[in-house]
Design a protein around this ligand. Structure first.
Ligand SMILES: NC(=O)c1ccc[n+]([C@@H]2O[C@H](COP(=O)([O-])OP(=O)(O)OC[C@H]3O[C@@H](n4cnc5c(N)ncnc54)[C@H](OP(=O)(O)O)[C@@H]3O)[C@@H](O)[C@H]2O)c1
Length: 244
């Protein structure tokens, strides 16, 4: 973890801060001196985060682009944006509902892009700002039951590469992190939907075992900071060796 002045009052928006990974990211950035604006939907969790961080919070539903416009309206000029909101409808394709596919592609792929569009329109991204989107190792690996989720994350990474090129002249960097299995409620819910044998086989694919939310937070901090000033358009695997 970096020192308390790593982000020296930089304005960083963390979307999905009420989630396991977003919460861990927000905690680390706060310790490293960032001035946080956290967003999510759950009012109770948001109130707890605001009390913990003494920062500002925005309750915003990202079911459609209105939520992105609301966020862009409410924030000031930003040094960093983290998008850690997401859903994972992991089921065999014949049980996938239209609405689940739509919600997954919408929240995981469309909204991060529309949020950046709205922030740019409102001139909310400073020169040198850094954008970090939380993807998944499933973007690049076929897994039974992951068809919608994997597509949403592959699309996210493709958008990030294009945005990285488009925004480089403004000195704005765009990168993704692809976590593997992190010990969270989302991973538990996914594990419950597959057999014990399939879960054991999946865990075997992690040479360093399952990860912790703090592992993703540390990588996010790196990509937001000047330590990665010459890094853009990448997807950084944070996966205990899964992708080897
Ligand atoms: N956990 C893992 O093992 C893992 C591995 C690889 C990638 N990831 C990715 O990492 C990201 C975070 O995962 P997580 O484990 O932290 O998930 P999580 O705990 O379920 O958090 C999900 C976040 O998304 C927000 N959200 C859901 N629907 C929303 C909507 N309609 N509008 C606005 N916000 C909404 C939730 O807000 P509220 O709670 O306030 O409703 C929450 O902040 C996801 O993109 C996930 O795909 C996770």
């Amino acid at each position: 973890m970096g020192g308390a002045d790593k982000f020296n009052n930089q304005q960083i928006l963390v979307v999905g801060a009420t989630g396991a990974l977003g919460g861990a990211i927000a905690r680390q950035l706060k310790v490293e001196g960032a001035d946080l604006i956290v967003s999510g939907r759950d009012q109770r969790k948001l109130a707890a985060l605001t009390a913990e961080f003494a920062g500002s919070s925005l309750s915003v539903d990202l079911s459609d682009s209105t939520g992105c416009a609301q966020l862009a309206e409410a924030v000031g000029e930003l040094d960093g944006v983290v998008y850690a909101a997401g859903v994972a409808p992991v089921v065999p394709v014949r049980y996938l509902k239209d609405a689940d596919i739509e919600a997954c592609l919408n929240l995981n792929t469309t909204m991060p892009l529309l949020l950046i569009r709205e922030l740019l329109k409102k001139k909310r991204l400073k020169t040198g700002a850094s954008i970090v989107w939380i993807s998944s190792v499933s973007s690049a690996r076929g897994t039974v039951g992951y068809a919608a989720y994997a597509a949403s994350k592959a699309g996210l990474e493709a958008s990030a590469r294009c945005l990285a090129l488009e925004l480089a002249p403004k000195g704005i960097r765009v990168n993704c992190i692809a976590p593997g299995m992190i010990e969270t409620d989302m991973a538990d819910a996914t594990a419950e939907r597959i057999s014990d044998e399939a879960l054991a086989a999946h865990l075997k694919a992690y040479p360093l075992g399952a990860g912790q939310p703090t592992d993703v937070a540390a990588a996010t901090s790196f990509l937001l900071s000047q330590e990665s000033r010459w890094v853009t358009g990448i997807t950084l695997p944070v996966d205990g060796g899964f992708s080897i």
